[in-house]
Ligand binder design. Sequence first.
Ligand code: GLC
Length: 475
Amino acid sequence: MMTLRNGKTAAMLLAMGACLYGALPASADDRPPAPAPTADLSMVPQLKETPEQREARLKWFHDAKFGMFLHWGPVSISGKELGWGRYANRPWDIYGKMLPSEPDYEYDHLYQKFDPVKFNADEWVKIAQDAGMKYMVIICKHHDGFSMFDSKLTEYDIMASPYGKDLIKQFADACHKAGMRLGLYYSTRDWYNTDYLVGDNVKYDNWYRGQVEELLTNYGKVDIMWFDHVGGQNWGKWKFDELFSMIYKHQPQIIVNNRAARFCGPRTPEDKGPPSPEFQKMTDGDFGTPEQAIGNMDLKNSWESCITLVGGQWSWKPNGKMFTMERTLDTLISCVTGGGNLLLNIGPMPTGQIEDRQVLLLKQVGEWVTPHAEAIYDTRGGPFRNGKWGGSTHRGNTIYVFAKEWKGDTLTLGALPQKITAAKKLIDGTEVAFKQTDTGVELTLAAAKRIPFYTVIALTLEQAAQDGVVIDGAK
Ligand code: GLC
């Protein structure tokens, strides 16, 4: 029997594949035809939920606002970008050009040196908690094809590294222990697996679905499945009905981002488009993912901006230019007041640690966020249109105005239908002068009484503020 380099046997891989996709035959010769997998779309919430059921499933996500994205892997040894730092012809899948994939020998062997002995998942969770983050999303496999978890379906995984322990298991356990919501990132796009997009792609399609199934069955409750792009343009190369039916069989409450089928299409002569409108709806998932940009104010659709903290690079960039505290807070407040979430990306070092300067910055963010928690979490964005001046959130009878740029001592906002009965600085409860007319709301506060970054002012209203309504902000 062939023994693979990480001690897994070929039979183990086969057996695993077989238990995911049908029973293993007694011998290869009398192998019955493999039962056709059957997708059960009745379990897929995106296709059957009422708006109220959807809101109930996504409530925690809408309340959470702030999460940590973690990009790392053997590549962090080189300081290059994860996936994209692999200098090889990539099967360039977005535009359908399939260049031959030549391995990048150096990149593809970094795992042989990957030994993050200082990795401590509890510490990472604590760093995120101290920053005020409510969920974490970690790379399980990026475009470079390396599995950070113990996968029975490949030998190119963490078990083959000198470290030899399942990182995702430790991470998931730490999140569960701390009550931190857990998100798993999985890149369907794969530049290492030589089956990717080859022929009808069935082999790869089954294989990656098997890996996703491992992720959704071996690590307890998973709150977010964060896919990252497919390729080949052709919808016919992917069985998304099988994927979603499997996902919701194992994790009925899970939230999925909008990239499970991203880059299928635009239509080509071979591509017949999504097999049915259901496929489109399902794979659009639960939330949008503006990348390296703050999403536009949108109070109707769920969204989460993913943005790198250091140097525009996802994985560790030694000496990369880091966001300032002000820029980080601006990014967070713009997302929250605009009706979205921020997934702020950190690139841990090859040792398994997060750089001190990043830890410090995140701590400072938390020190600002914590006394303003009431205005951030469990709120909804708006009503005032956000902008350079700041923005607002609301919950029940309270609107929280995040005021940054004032004209002199005043801030003039659009007309509010509800009557304001009080205006107070959130941080210390001191009164803020306000004037409400049919044309707008004017808040007045001397510069000396404002606080760094944003002065948050709680407006008490006679009636509840409405969700999804946008009113003019400051000009
Ligand atoms: C893009 C990039 C990928 C990154 C991801 C995060 O898909 O290709 O490198 O991980 O965005 O949003």
